[in-house]
Ligand binder design. Structure first.
Ligand code: SF4
Ligand code: SF4
Ligand code: SF4
Ligand code: SF4
Length: 289
């Protein structure tokens, strides 16, 4: 190749390089977005998307991969994100959609589009969501449990049938005995996105209940997002999310299908109120904008 042609090629390459959004490349590589093959598991497992919210982690990853991930393109639904990491924990290709969403939020705050006070109010809203889920689902349980008043939700020895390895409980049977290796390091509690107040919700509390064959006295059991962050954080391979699922399943044995549908409706209503409140905090009108 002649010198002038080489010079031309170099200039062309440099001009392409200048057009690359380096911040975007960095974000994509941090989130491993290039590994996405669009299966949609992240969106279908996102607790906000599950109740009809507009949040769509797969779309966020796609926008990053085509170099168009901007605050404008991502939309206001990023503020509904609970930062629970469920999308990342369940992604078969270890992509982390939540990290892209967190970066967008940081960008909005650093540009002054969202004040620190508003962000703090959004965090409070998340805490309020957990309390409301605990209280209202707890209230839902009380009247439907009227017919099973002999089995109040309070600390008591758990059923031996559910606890034994031969239990018919699907979640119980998938649990290994690892939960007995728990040495109360609290890493699960630190990793849990909804463990704001350990007296209200704490994965370790539920794990200890399971270990000591006690039924949990807290209706916050139902606030668990099943994000698996507790399980990922545990050095002893205790599967906290499965322990909670097993405890839920045990309590759900008391409910008929009508109560379960009712409970789901209550949950949807609570999440939609949360979304509406988040929208009004960030200055967006209408449900699920
Ligand atoms: S779960 Fe992972 S691979 Fe599937 S769409 Fe989401 S980010 Fe992509
Ligand atoms: S972090 Fe949680 S709420 Fe946010 S997009 Fe992922 S699954 Fe949804
Ligand atoms: S992270 Fe594991 S070992 Fe530590 S308290 Fe939680 S369950 Fe126990
Ligand atoms: S207890 Fe575990 S699965 Fe449930 S919300 Fe907390 S980290 Fe997620």
């Amino acid at each position: 190749m002649s010198n002038s042609k080489l010079q031309g090629s170099m200039e062309a390459l440099l001009s392409i390089g200048a057009g690359i959004n380096h911040q975007m490349v960095h974000l994509s590589s941090q989130s491993r977005s290039q590994g996405c093959y669009g299966c949609g598991i992240c969106t279908s497992s996102c607790p906000v998307s599950l109740v009809g919210g507009a949040l769509n982690p797969r779309r966020i990853v796609h926008l990053a991969n085509i170099g168009q991930l901007t605050l404008e393109q991502a939309g206001s639904s990023i503020w509904h994100c609970l930062e629970c990491n469920r999308c990342g924990n369940l992604c078969p290709n270890s992509v982390k959609p939540w990290s892209l969403i967190a970066s967008l939020k940081r960008e909005a705050i650093s540009k002054g589009l969202i004040s620190h006070q508003t962000y703090a109010a959004l965090l409070n809203l998340k805490q309020e969501l957990v309390t409301t889920l605990s209280n209202e689902i707890g209230m839902e349980l009380a009247p439907t449990n009227a017919t099973i008043s002999s089995t109040p939700i309070e600390l008591k020895p758990r059923y031996s049938s559910s606890y034994s390895s031969s239990s018919s409980s699907s979640y119980s049977s998938t649990l290994t005995n690892n939960y007995s290796l728990c040495f109360t390091c609290r890493e699960c509690s630190s990793a849990c996105p909804i463990c704001f107040n350990t007296n209200e919700f704490d994965p370790l509390y539920f794990i200890r209940c399971y270990l000591f064959k006690l039924s949990p006295s807290r209706s916050s059991l139902w606030a668990c997002l099943q994000c698996e962050s507790c399980t990922q954080a545990c050095s002893q391979s205790v599967k906290g999310h499965l322990v909670i699922k097993a405890l839920q399943e045990e309590q759900a044995e008391f409910f008929n299908i009508v109560s379960q549908i009712k409970m789901r409706k209550v949950k949807e209503g609570i999440f939609n109120t949360y979304i509406d409140k988040a929208n009004s905090l960030v200055g967006v009108g209408g449900t699920n904008s």
